[in-house]
Design a protein around this ligand. Structure first.
Ligand SMILES: Cc1cc2nc3c(=O)[nH]c(=O)nc-3n(C[C@H](O)[C@H](O)[C@H](O)COP(=O)(O)O)c2cc1C
Ligand code: SF4
Ligand code: SF4
Length: 436
């Protein structure tokens, strides 16, 4: 039986599944129920500075994008950091940590970008006995208008400066949570590392307007006729999050910097993908908000079964295995030639592949053969783009097959050797040896 336990920054967790800082981790009641359900750790809902807590809107704070079966694909929110007092949060964190010593609690913090503010809160957090802190440089709405959250996360110099303060006034691990609302995530990650961060976590939510109410012409969620952009998360953001994780994992300047992966993790498979890209653990928010805390049990059993199947005894056995396979386009093998193949026994003759290829690709799928409705790939036209695979409603009905010998489309012999754009004769800057 696979061992799912992790040691992230020296912090032991029974499994790699932590709840991200958000409503599921806003209070002791939630966190204890999450631990009972099996979550390995939580990042407590972001704490603000001493004084009157922040005030949330009193109307709707969520908008959503649904799949055709009304499954939630993306969630948008305009919620701020915790609206409970710092004192109560710290007290509850202390108590819960004492009661659950084998589970991880990380304190998420967002206070003004002034050394005094961090100096004031950090010893109080340290006194709770929680395992580490996460700096919320990511919330893109509300708090960013006040110079916090994403407003800090978008300026690498500020990230480095605040991280340095945290390393100065706090002795346990410091995780920097990054915003995706930036052009190139490598710069904030490098700044976090330069400031002494023990790890980065990503992503926080993405600036978004999920829909406009066409009766009153206001963004959703609508508060008395007006809306504000919110933060987008859930399954829809996973591809963006994974790309950002991979960029940091393969950047020579941050390679080896521990990463906690966040964004759209709904299943054990999502988690395994993030871990394979180099994450030491994962954090989950929307999936728990949609399906409840017990979803972690499916994540645990699914991951465990898959690891057993593959012969991985521990998380470390497959962590980062995908990272070296993420490369620049210029390094892709241009001698790797594929053609689509339709399994006639599985085909339900819906015609979607034909229309997609005919109208928008390469006119490489028939709709009639010998006067009969039939969908077949014309190898002489197929460029191997795989659009048909992606529009076909039947799983595995169309597959992509690698070919060798003469390509019926180009009529040329396929070179069996790896060759990429860097050596291609059409490249004006071609070199003689491939870059990779
Ligand atoms: C309602 C809501 C409130 C959130 N509040 C916080 C917060 O206080 N601090 C924080 O760092 N992230 C916050 N987040 C972001 C999540 O921690 C997480 O980064 C994001 O939702 C992406 O993960 P997911 O796709 O699993 O939801 C919040 C997300 C939601 C949906
Ligand atoms: S792989 Fe692309 S070109 Fe080939 S049949 Fe499918 S859609 Fe057409
Ligand atoms: S989309 Fe798939 S099922 Fe539909 S005709 Fe093409 S191969 Fe057959």
């Amino acid at each position: 039986m696979a061992d799912l336990s992790t040691t992230f920054l020296g912090i032991k967790s029974p499994n790699p599944f932590w709840l991200a800082s958000a409503p599921p981790t806003d209070k002791a009641y939630n966190v204890e129920r999450a631990f009972e359900a099996g979550w390995g750790g939580v990042v407590w809902k972001t704490l603000g500075e001493e004084g009157p807590p922040v005030v949330n809107v009193n109307g709707p704070r969520y908008g959503a994008i649904f799949g055709p079966d009304r499954r939630l694909m993306g969630l948008n929110n305009i919620e701020l950091i915790t609206d409970r007092s710092l004192e109560i949060n710290l007290q509850e964190m202390t108590e819960v940590k004492k009661r659950w010593p084998d589970r991880v609690i990380i304190a998420s913090i967002m206070v003004p970008c002034e050394e005094e503010a961090w100096k004031a809160i950090l010893p109080r957090v340290e006194a709770t006995g929680v395992d580490g802190i996460e700096l919320n440089f990511g919330c893109p709405h509300g708090m960013s208008e006040r110079g916090m959250g994403a407003a800090v996360g978008q300026v690498p110099e500020y990230i480095q400066m605040v991280t340095e303060w945290c390393k100065k006034y706090y002795s346990k691990p410091v995780i920097v949570k990054l915003t995706p609302n930036i052009t190139d995530v490598r710069y904030p990650a490098r700044a976090a590392k330069a400031g002494g961060a023990d790890a980065v976590s990503l992503i926080n939510t993405i600036n978004s307007i999920v829909s406009v109410d066409l009766d009153n012409f206001a963004p959703v969620p609508t508060i008395d006729g007006k809306g504000s952009h919110g933060g987008y998360c859930g399954p829809a953001v996973k591809p963006i999050a994974m790309n950002m994780v991979a960029e940091i994992a393969r950047d020579p300047e941050t390679a080896g910097l521990p990463i906690s992966g966040i964004g759209g993790i709904n299943t054990w498979r999502d988690a395994a993908e993030f871990i394979s890209l180099g994450c030491g653990n994962v954090q989950v928010c929307t999936a728990a908000m949609t399906y409840g805390f017990k979803i972690v049990q499916e994540m645990i059993s699914g991951l465990s079964e898959w690891m057993d199947e593959k012969g991985y005894e521990s998380i470390d056995d497959f962590m980062g295995l995908a990272t070296p396979n993420v490369t620049d386009w210029k390094n892709l093998n241009l001698n790797y030639v594929t053609k689509a193949k339709i399994d006639q026994d599985l085909c339900i003759s819906c015609g979607r592949c034909h229309i997609a290829c005919e109208d928008t690709s390469h006119q490489a799928i028939t709709n009639m053969v010998d006067g009969l409705r039939k969908f077949e790939v014309i190898d002489e036209e197929c460029v191997g783009c795989n659009l048909c695979v992606n529009v076909c409603p039947v799983d595995s009905c169309i597959t992509m097959e690698q070919i060798s010998g003469v390509d019926p489309r180009t009529k040329k012999e396929i070179d069996p050797n790896y060759a990429n754009w860097t050596t291609h004769p059409n490249n004006p800057s071609a070199v003689t040896e491939p870059a990779e």
